[in-house]
Write a protein that binds this ligand. Structure first.
Ligand code: SF4
Length: 74
C-alpha cells in the first residue's frame, strides 16, 4: 500500500473511532471496575499497559480480561 493510501485509511479508522464517542458515564463505570482490579496500578493496567483514565473513555476500547461487561451494559 502506498503511503498516501495508508494515510487515507488511517484517517478513516480514526474517524470511525471518534464517531463511537467518549461516553463519560460509561468511562466512570469502567474505571470503578479497574480500581478494584489487581491489574490496576496507579492508573495503568498491567494487562494492556494502557493509562486507564484515558482508555476507559474510548467507546471502542475493551478490557483485556473482559471485566467491563457490566459497565458496557452487555
Ligand atoms: S482494563 Fe481490565 S484488566 Fe485492566 S485494570 Fe481494568 S479491569 Fe483490570
Amino acid at each position: 500500500m502506498n503511503p498516501l493510501a495508508a494515510a487515507y485509511r488511517a484517517g478513516g479508522e480514526i474517524s470511525t473511532w471518534a464517531k463511537a464517542g467518549f461516553p463519560l458515564a460509561q468511562a466512570e463505570g469502567r474505571l470503578s471496575i479497574c480500581r478494584e482490579c489487581a491489574s490496576y496500578h496507579a492508573g495503568v493496567c498491567s494487562e494492556c499497559g494502557c493509562y486507564m483514565p484515558l482508555k476507559a473513555r474510548l467507546a471502542t476500547a475493551q478490557c483485556p480480561l473482559g471485566r467491563w461487561v457490566d459497565a458496557q451494559g452487555e
